[in-house]
Design a binder for this molecule. Structure first.
Ligand SMILES: *Cc1c(COP(=O)(O)O)cnc(C)c1O
Ligand code: SF4
Length: 324
């Protein structure tokens, strides 16, 4: 938190990006190290908070699997390519995707607090020219059907408060824009991001704010993360979670039930469980749909209805996510 003295930018600078340093820290054997690869286009990048949650010497740890590049990424699989969900076709300006009625998605930045190995945007050709979003704001201003703007990325919380504030105020000044949504994984790795300065951005903001975090495993939601999110909830921000069904990470009814229960115990709504998007290099994470459906069915026998997410897949060209 801000009162602990270190700013989120300081914490971010401590991210581990050198795999040898990580391997040493995790006490990996020479044999285990042979599974790790350096991927230059989407390198290792993990906050210390998450690295410290990985069990030592265990390549099967669910957090290790999410963040550490291994030789499995170099296995080519049919059907896995660079634009599996047709993002390129819905690009209305360099940083704006308009795929669904009423909702426009802003690619605020390519930067993230962490690199998730299964990420469907890891091959995306980001436009990183400026942070003023002039062209995107023009498109939104001239389309009265857009009632909600989603700040996505990358991770929108990579932007400094200065740029976020300008963007949020510009959006609030557009009469037909009623809702602002954040898609962010930042607080899972660096909860320090939700500091006083950030929280102040929501004072006097004339928009309903929905915050969609991304957490795949209950171990990601520790007390500091939950406390930071609670401060945001006290500002009247509604928090949802969307996450991805991942082989070896959360393809287990116990893990999913624990995650969902932890969320609802902290008034976080389990929104979407996504079927993996078939991006190049992520085949080893895929769980067959039938297995996912069985997991949802099992969850329904254990949890309140509102604690069970919608299991969905993104199909290129469809007018909404597709229910599975
Ligand atoms: C997923 C997505 C949204 C949001 O969809 P919801 O069903 O409203 O959560 C909006 N725009 C794009 C381009 C998306 O991929
Ligand atoms: S934080 Fe989100 S956008 Fe960034 S690498 Fe992870 S999944 Fe991808």
């Amino acid at each position: 938190m801000s009162h602990c003295g270190r700013s989120w930018k300081d914490v971010l600078r401590d991210n581990v990006t050198d795999w040898v340093r990580l391997a040493d820290y995790l006490e990996l054997s020479a044999e285990q190290r042979r599974h790790i690869v350096a991927i230059r286009r989407f390198p290792l990048n993990i906050p210390l908070r998450l690295a410290s949650k990985i069990a030592k010497g265990n390549l099967d740890d669910p957090l290790f699997k999410q963040f550490v590049p291994t030789t499995a990424e170099n296995v080519e699989q049919a059907g896995f390519d660079c634009d599996p969900i047709g993002d390129t076709a819905s690009r209305k300006s360099p940083k704006l995707l308009h795929k669904y009625r009423g909702r426009a998605l802003l690619l605020c930045t390519s930067a993230c607090a962490m690199h998730c190995r299964y990420c469907f945007r890891q091959h995306f050709d980001y436009d990183v020219k400026d942070k003023l979003f002039q062209a995107e704001l023009e498109v939104i201003r001239h389309d009265p059907t857009i009632t909600e703007v989603i700040l996505s990325g990358g991770d929108p919380l990579s932007l400094s408060d200065h740029y976020l504030e300008a963007l949020m105020q510009a959006l609030a000044a557009i009469p037909h824009v009623k809702r602002l949504r954040f898609h962010t994984r930042f607080p899972i790795g660096i909860p320090e991001r939700l500091d006083d300065s950030f929280l102040r951005l929501f004072d006097n903001l004339d928009l309903a704010v929905w915050f969609v975090i991304h957490s795949n495993h209950p171990r990601e939601l520790d007390d500091d993360v939950l406390a930071a999110l609670k401060r945001l909830q006290r500002k009247g921000v509604v928090i949802l979670n969307q996450w991805v069904l991942l082989r070896g990470v959360n393809d287990d009814v116990e893990v999913l039930a624990e995650l969902c229960e932890k969320m609802v115990n902290h008034a976080i709504f389990p929104y979407y469980l996504h079927q993996l998007d078939r991006t190049l290099g992520v085949g080893h994470f895929e769980v067959p749909e039938a297995e996912g459906q069985a997991l949802i069915k099992a969850l329904m026998t254990r949890l309140p209805g509102y604690a069970v997410p919608k299991y969905v897949r993104e199909v290129a060209g469809e007018a909404s996510k597709t229910m599975l």
